[in-house]
Design a protein around this ligand. Structure first.
Ligand SMILES: Nc1ncnc2c1ncn2[C@@H]1O[C@H](COP(=O)(O)OP(=O)(O)O)[C@@H](O)[C@H]1O
Ligand SMILES: Cc1ncc(COP(=O)(O)O)c(N)n1
Length: 270
């Protein structure tokens, strides 16, 4: 039976990040995608112009409609925007969700705009992260969650240990913000797993974190271990960045391309 994946995240009007990136990833990897939209953004590849939060009643309504009909095999959260929404989502998932949960603690867009209120961080730490199968901060987000500065790979490991103290089953610190490589660290409380990645020379990285966390949700829905899911998700994302480097959309930070994955088969059909 087809696996069903749910994203709880913000909408990106330009289609590169947020719910739109998540649904594209779910489809490209052969799963059925569902969404609960937490906030609307008016944004493009150059910046975020406006943010409007969806009401708590509407967020609860979307989640209740989904869970009363189609039970997800995996869930991911992305931009949750404010403290109330983090609390609402955590409260709902606590009582209704039994599937693997990937928490991408989205705080700031690639273009620099804030996507999360400062007061929401405490709710992430106390309510949502403890429910996570995997939490996937980038380096600045890991600094906020761990309360320490990260300059070296040793720092990434120490921060991962501190974030594990918040109660998730595993943490993946993403290394895309480093200058020379794109190495990610996964810590499951016992072992550090290193995912070395070539840094592709491109500014077209809009939606990388969203795509990675969605691909992780897909592979967890399909029953892979967290370690295997992380390796497969990184492979999918690297292909999507590589394609984006030669296929620019928009005038700013172009979105990653999900077509690379279908590309070969489509080529054969022509
Ligand atoms: N230029 C790049 N080349 C290859 N991989 C990248 C590049 N930029 C980011 N990544 C990878 O994309 C994922 C998201 O990373 P990061 O940019 O750190 O997170 P976010 O999108 O949340 O800011 C990670 O797996 C990271 O290693
Ligand atoms: C609705 C929404 N969610 C998440 C991101 C972060 O994605 P990125 O870091 O790639 O800009 C975004 N820009 N917009």
């Amino acid at each position: 039976m087809i696996k069903k994946c749910l994203t709880i995240a913000g909408s990106d009007s330009s289609g590169g990040a947020g719910v739109q990136a998540d649904l594209k990833t779910f489809s490209a990897l052969g799963t059925y995608g569902m969404s609960c939209i937490s906030a609307l953004t008016a944004q493009n590849t150059q910046g975020v112009d406006k943010v409007e939060n969806v009401s708590q009643a509407m967020i609860r309504g979307q989640l209740a409609a989904i869970y009363s009909d189609i039970v997800p095999d995996a869930v991911k959260t992305g931009m949750l925007s404010c403290r109330e929404t983090v609390e609402t989502v955590a409260g709902f998932l606590e009582s209704h969700n039994q599937a693997p949960l990937v928490v991408d603690p989205v705080m700031v867009a690639t273009t620099g705009a804030r996507l999360l209120d400062e007061e929401a961080i405490i709710s992430y730490k106390e309510r949502l992260i403890p429910l996570a199968t995997l939490v996937t901060p980038n380096i600045p987000e890991a600094e906020v969650l761990s309360g320490m500065a990260i300059h070296t790979e040793e720092d990434m490991k120490q921060a991962a240990e501190k974030i594990m103290g918040l109660g998730p089953k595993a943490v993946l610190i993403k290394g895309g913000h480093k200058v020379h490589d794109a190495t990610d660290f996964l810590y499951d409380g016992e072992t550090f797993h290193v995912f070395r990645g070539e840094k592709i020379d491109t500014e077209n990285t809009h939606g990388t974190g969203c795509t990675l966390s969605s691909a992780l949700a897909v592979y967890l829905a399909q029953g892979y271990s967290v370690v295997r899911a992380a390796a497969l998700a990184k492979k999918y994302l690297t292909g999507a960045i590589r394609k984006a480097a030669v296929e620019k959309v928009g005038h700013g930070h172009g979105p990653v391309s999900h077509f690379w994955f279908y590309g070969n088969d489509w080529g054969k059909m022509k």
